[in-house]
Design a protein around this ligand. Structure first.
Ligand code: URA
Ligand code: SF4
Length: 223
């Protein structure tokens, strides 16, 4: 007998209510990341959003606050959205993985972000797919390798595809997506913060340019 891989799928209620989904994510045991995190951090934003931004996973501050992109990466993202002329109130922002993965510094004080494994990303993907199916956005922006590879496959290299208009391939073991959003990829906002200070302005401008490109893919009426 082939054992089905453990995923979030069995924890997802059959509902199109985002609040109900968010509440259910608190009970998810689709992988082991729920064990050490404070809480699941579900997506947030307008239920009528035409554009969805996808990051990697909550960070230290998001884990405590229970909301995505409220820490340093979120502040950088807010600035880039402002530079791109995009109103964050019209977006829905979420992550590929809903629980914070971290290691502790030697004395246990600080929690350091750890990249989620492929298994964890695939385990959590049903939440992301479900969010997208409920929202039916026109445009999906995948920020960073984790988000990109969650939906576009583990061989996907985002640096080779920035500024391109892509679409979602069929996702294995998933309900077929019954809509066809335009998809673009860009770097993760925290990569701008982590990069060399001399490169920061350039990296920031490139992120803002990618976001502007994404906004340009929205239907004319809503730009
Ligand atoms: N980084 C992410 O990818 N997501 C967040 O919510 C915060 C930081
Ligand atoms: Fe479930 Fe995702 Fe949390 Fe894993 S990271 S327990 S799949 S919500």
């Amino acid at each position: 007998m082939v054992m089905a891989a453990r995923t979030a799928a069995e924890f997802i209620p059959d509902t199109a209510d985002l609040d109900e989904l968010a509440a259910s994510a608190q009970g998810c045991k689709g992988c082991d990341l729920y064990l050490d995190a404070t809480q699941a951090v579900f997506g947030a934003g307008s239920g009528a959003a035409e554009m969805v931004l996808v990051g990697e996973q909550p960070g230290d501050q998001e884990d405590k606050a229970g909301a995505p992109f409220v820490g340093p990466a979120g502040r950088l993202l807010d600035k880039a959205l402002l530079a791109a002329g995009i109103d964050r109130d019209r977006l829905y922002v979420t992550n590929a993985v809903k629980h914070f993965k971290f290691t502790r510094t030697e004395r246990g004080k600080r929690r350091i972000h750890k990249k989620p494994s492929r298994t964890e990303v695939v385990a959590c993907r049903p939440w992301l797919i479900h969010e997208l199916m409920v929202l039916q956005p026109d445009v999906v922006v995948l920020m960073g390798a984790t988000a990109s590879q969650s939906l576009l496959g583990s061989a996907f290299r985002l640096t080779a595809h920035r500024g391109e208009e892509l679409s979602l391939p069929p996702v294995e073991d998933m309900d077929v997506l019954d809509f066809d959003p335009r998809v673009t990829v860009t770097v993760h906002p925290s990569s701008v913060l982590r990069g060399p200070p001399s490169e920061r302005d350039k990296a920031f401008d490139a992120l803002a340019a990618d976001l502007r490109f994404a906004a340009g893919l929205l239907p004319q009426k809503s730009r």
